[in-house]
Design a protein around this ligand. Structure first.
Ligand SMILES: Nc1ncnc2c1ncn2[C@@H]1O[C@H](COP(=O)(O)OP(=O)(O)OP(=O)(O)O)[C@@H](O)[C@H]1O
Ligand SMILES: [Mg+2]
Length: 240
């Protein structure tokens, strides 16, 4: 399977602070890949650098074999990659429908099919298309943030902690949607602190610790790994 995204020796620094230290990983086309790790591990910095919101201090990012590092966010999004940022930032004073239209601002063609596709994925948004986004519940806002990202017709959708702060039943709904979007052909790079759900949804995963990748494997391998269980899954076994 070909890699849609390749990150090679990526470094990200903020002033003197090295947030991402020489990491490399791949995202195969059609897969769900997850980056897990504790607070401050460098997960968001990695996603932000892929989409050009922060400039890597070293390394390369390739999409479909072509270098995207150094390009503007607009150029990168136009190549087919998008980010649903941490904290589900929707435009609070615009309606659901207006938010969806903004997600497609770089396109000039007919949006109706895409809007209907989003409404099929998220019937709740259809019911509430007239409602101001700021008055939606947390889970509904996360659905809208994902749907808005889909409106740019990305090949790769990156999500930064989509389950954060949501009730367990809503978290389950978000992961069902991730699986459904993937089934419909989108490649997904998912950053999560809910390691259990993320590893079960993912084909491959990488563990980040203080800026470095310390482990990688299939989602299942990592979910069964003793050190992952101890550190991230709250299932540490008593040592004999
Ligand atoms: N704009 C910034 N300026 C300075 N330091 C930053 C900036 N953004 C992130 N950092 C630092 O970089 C490191 C990695 O942060 P990052 O947000 O990438 O981690 P994370 O893995 O996403 O954490 P979390 O799980 O808490 O979201 C942290 O030490 C953080 O304080
Ligand atoms: Mg983060």
């Amino acid at each position: 399977m070909s890699n849609i995204l390749e990150v090679k020796n990526l470094c990200v620094s903020y002033g003197g602070i090295k947030a991402v230290k020489n990491i490399s990983f791949e995202v195969p086309k059609g897969e769900v890949v997850t980056l897990i790790g504790a607070n401050g591990a460098g997960k968001s910095s990695t996603l932000r650098s892929i989409v050009g919101l922060v400039k890597p201090s070293a390394g390369k990012i390739l999409m479909n074999g072509k270098e995207i590092s150094g390009k503007s966010t607009e150029q990168i999004v136009a190549q087919g990659i998008t980010l649903v940022p941490e904290g589900r930032r929707v435009f609070a004073d615009l309606t659901v429908l207006e938010n969806l239209k903004i997600g497609a601002y770089m396109r000039k063609d007919n949006l109706e099919d895409d809007i209907n596709w989003c409404y099929d994925l998220f019937p709740r948004l259809k019911e509430r298309h007239w409602q101001l986004a700021g008055t939606l519940s947390g889970g509904e806002q996360q659905m809208l943030a994902i749907a808005r990202a889909l409106m740019s017709r990305p090949e790769v959708i990156m999500m930064d902690e989509p389950s954060l702060g949501l009730a367990p039943i809503v978290v389950q709904g978000v992961f069902d949607i991730i699986r459904e979007i993937n089934k419909q052909g989108k490649t997904i790079l998912l950053v999560e602190q809910n390691a259990n759900m993320a590893l079960h949804a993912a084909h491959h995963g990488y563990v980040m610790e203080v800026g470095s990748i310390t482990l990688s494997g299939t989602g299942q391998e990592l979910a069964e790994n003793e050190s992952v269980k101890a550190a991230y899954l709250g299932k540490a076994r008593n040592k004999k």
